[in-house]
Design a protein. Structure first.
Length: 280
């Protein structure tokens, strides 16, 4: 994620929104007007996106200054003031919507993630996100997962090999898929981890016997089935539970001894945290 060009994204987002000018502000706000605004939190949760907001303000107008009171990752409640921004009134208004869109979305994800992490506290299992993200917003959504206390799975198709059920079926089975994968990695000189999705204990055994596998995903297993698989694998490779896991069932999965639990719901169906940027 370190290679992601945040500034390029911000510029593209501003181009989408502003084009040839913020005519609402240009038409009625004097060019020399200097004002302040504050970010008001209107919900309870975990704050995320403060550092991104500062980059947005700076990109819109380098003379804008922020005074931050609440940092990314801190719990917030209704009425909290996260920061003040000061400078050109026109610039503040131009940046407002992009700042709010990013912070509300990121804070919603961070809040959901923290609630999941809290549910499995003390078990040793780690919560992972997935690639079920909004196109072109993946960096921000995965960053929010980290802020909320979760861990990032692969960022995309390029930084980890995951042989899912369709890969396995198309390749003719787990053994064939893994063997071809190992040949490919050697040919290309790549050193990236390999995970295999399994649907039953027979596939778990096959994946465990395939040299080069780093992690086995236990897809749509019940907690009892995960416990059986984890015991059988016995630490020889990493384990991950996935598929149909909810807030009501995640503690049971975490107590099986599995290393990771991945949840698409961290990002794909999250309610944004309400907040507003108000002049004062």
């Amino acid at each position: 994620m370190e290679d992601y060009d945040i500034i390029a994204f911000i510029r593209a987002a501003l181009e989408e929104d502003v084009r040839d000018g913020d005519h609402s502000s240009l038409s009625c706000i004097p060019a020399d007007a200097e004002r302040q605004a504050r970010l008001i939190v209107k919900d309870n949760g975990v704050l995320a996106g403060v550092a991104i907001a500062e980059l947005v303000f700076r990109e819109v107008d380098a003379s804008l200054t922020m005074e931050t009171f609440i940092q990314d990752g801190e719990r917030v409640k209704f009425g909290d003031i996260a920061f003040h921004v000061k400078g050109s009134a026109r610039s503040i208004l131009t940046a407002e919507r992009l700042v709010l869109n990013l912070m509300q979305r990121m804070s919603g994800i961070a809040t959901r993630t923290r609630s999941v992490v809290d549910l499995i506290d003390g078990t040793g299992a780690k919560v992972l996100d997935t690639r079920k993200t909004t196109p072109l917003l993946r960096y921000f959504e995965k960053r929010a997962v980290k802020i909320g206390g979760g861990e990032n799975h692969r960022f995309g198709l390029y930084d980890m090999i995951m042989l899912k059920d369709n890969h396995v079926d198309y390749a003719g089975g787990i053994e064939a898929a893994v063997r071809r994968t190992m040949d490919y990695l050697k040919e290309k000189g790549l050193n990236i981890p390999v995970e295999v999705e399994t649907r039953n204990m027979d596939e778990v055994r096959e994946a465990l016997n395939a040299p080069g596998v780093d992690r086995i995903m236990l897809d749509n297993f019940t907690p009892d089935q995960v416990r059986e698989a984890v015991k059988f694998i016995n630490g020889r490779v990493e384990t991950e539970a996935s598929g149909g896991i909810t807030l009501d069932t995640i503690r049971g999965y975490a107590e099986t001894g599995v290393d990771y639990i991945s949840m698409g719901a961290l990002t794909h169906s999250v309610k944004s945290l309400d907040m507003s940027l108000k002049a004062f």
